[in-house]
Design a protein around this ligand. Sequence first.
Ligand code: FES
Ligand code: FES
Length: 155
Amino acid sequence: MKVHYKINGKDYEFDIHPGKVLLDVLRENGFTEVKGNCYMGTCGACTVLINGTPKTSCTILAAKINGAEITTIKGIGDILNPHPLQKAFVEKGAVQCGYCTPGTILSAYALLKQNPNPTDEDIKKAIDGNLCRCTGYVQQIEAIKYAIALLKEGR
Ligand code: FES
Ligand code: FES
């Protein structure tokens, strides 16, 4: 079956098997920045924004969200023009293997869109579905707070 999405601002049409999950459809079509791990909705590595809301793409049938707007980590910034969250994660040492990083940053990005002045508790809640086995969470929370400061300074 044919599905259409807007991914990172561009229109795409894919011919998919109706039983495929979004994570596989994205990765098979070149969006390998979306990471797969547990395939059970528990690790958060595969998080993307669907119509602005963070969702685990391994638990969503691609066919069910035909027409959706999808944002991957590459949709918020890139190496030449990083989003303050991307900059902050690097500068604050919140990235080691990087496997969890796209999902965690997208969860934080969605939080800051809704609430530019979150408390530590708000931040913890926003990223509690994104598991990290490397850095732990202290640096990630520091990075998110640093990104908030960068955003306020317009950097
Ligand atoms: S791969 Fe989707 S939540 Fe772990
Ligand atoms: S940086 Fe390796 S899992 Fe988080």
